[in-house]
Design a protein around this ligand. Structure first.
Ligand code: ATP
Length: 353
């Protein structure tokens, strides 16, 4: 178990600046996720923590120890790759035992530890199989057992579920969480899938082109995004460009199209803003302290456990979501509709994208 600190990490590859000065603090026993779109620098950050690559500037600490210039094998961090990288000519047992044998552990100790690791990932009885005789999910479990058997200080997982089908992904992510909790180890997880990040993490760092935009709990980040990028990356949401037209301290009036929204909260300097409204926070019935938008129904989309009503307000399409199918039973395209949104549920952020 280890605490990891990154101080102002810059990484350049020739002209490309992959990381522009990243600082992070990952606590003991925490499942911490780097989340962001392709190319934002997640894998580079992970490789620098693992000691597979070195920063151009900045420092990496494990606890109080400065490990910036230590080799990978001296750090005690183990990285599990996207493609598992199992040895095809070795049995499951030998794959898992490999790291212990290089450390020259006695035979009985190797057997005991491999048995423990395979039980942990629920693969007892698979010792003699070869990787080609395993499903994707089982190969993934072997890769995790192989990483855990050496009792790493830190487990690094780079998009570990990306090669699995949707159902297995759900199963495996619960498994990873279970194992992490059971062992109390520090895990750093990389994904571009915001739902996966939300489900599995204690905390998330949302990354965008080589910078960290926000760090927080899944709930904190979803409900209180600090930037337009974070708001729009964390799930389907309404992001409406608008202008601040009046201010009184933090109280502002914001306008978009012909709509005027009074009494919103905003402390930024820019008048070019976006209004962020989560679809599930829009009500089709009057609610207290709400603003009302009057428009026309464009579409009603049925998703099974929820329904979305897409309204048009001027030129702007806004999505409302409800889990009450009864609430929308009479709603048809082209009809007039009113969306009610509590002022507390409307976020005003500086325009960024
Ligand atoms: P993905 O989700 O696609 O794996 P990522 O967020 O992990 O993306 P990185 O692989 O860390 O992103 O890459 C960050 C940036 O650095 C990209 O612009 C990438 O092209 C660049 N980059 C990464 N490795 C190298 C390298 N060895 N040489 C040159 N550029 C690199």
């Amino acid at each position: 178990m280890v605490e990891v600190r990154l101080e102002n990490i810059v990484k350049r590859f020739g002209e490309t600046v992959a990381l522009k000065g990243i600082s992070l603090h990952i606590n003991h026993g925490e499942l911490f996720t780097l989340l962001g779109p392709s190319g934002c620098g997640k894998s580079t950050t992970l490789r620098i923590i693992a000691g597979l690559d070195y920063p151009t500037e900045g420092k990496v600490f494990f606890g109080d120890q400065d490990v910036t210039n230590l080799s990978s094998s001296d750090r005690g961090a183990v990285l599990v790759f996207q493609n598992y990288a199992l040895w095809p000519h070795m049995s499951v047992f030998d794959n898992v035992a490999y790291g212990l044998r290089i450390r020259k552990l006695p035979k009985e100790e190797v057997e005991k530890r491999v048995k423990w690791a395979l039980e942990l990932v629920k693969l007892q009885g698979f010792e003699d199989r070869y990787p080609t005789q395993l499903s994707g999910g089982q190969q993934q479990r072997v890769a995790i057992a192989r990483a855990l058997v050496v009792e790493p200080k830190l487990l690094l997982l780079d998009e570990p579920l990306s090669n699995l089908d949707a159902k297995l992904r759900l199963e495996m992510r619960s498994e990873i969480r279970r194992i992490q909790r059971e062992l109390g180890i520090t895990v750093l997880y990389v994904t571009h899938d915001q739902e996966e990040a939300m489900a599995i993490s204690d905390r998330i760092a949302v990354m965008n082109v080589g910078t960290v935009e926000q760090v927080g709990t899944p709930r904190g980040i979803y409900e209180h995004p600090k930037t337009e990028f974070v708001a729009s990356f964390m799930g389907k949401t309404n992001v409406i460009p608008a202008k601040v037209t009046e201010r009184e301290g933090d109280r502002v009036t914001v306008e978009f199209e012909s709509f005027r929204l009074e009494g919103l909260t905003y402390s930024g300097e820019k008048d070019d803003v976006v209004i962020v409204i989560r679809p599930e926070r829009i009500s089709l019935h009057p609610v207290e302290d709400a603003i009302t938008l009057e428009g026309t129904v464009d579409l009603v989309e049925y998703y099974g456990f929820f329904v979305e009503v897409i309204g048009v307000f001027g030129e702007r399409r806004i999505i409302a979501r409800t889990i009450s199918t009864r609430e929308v039973s009479g709603i048809r395209p082209t009809q007039p509709i009113k969306f009610y949104i509590r002022r507390d549920d409307i976020l005003v952020l500086p325009k960024q994208l």
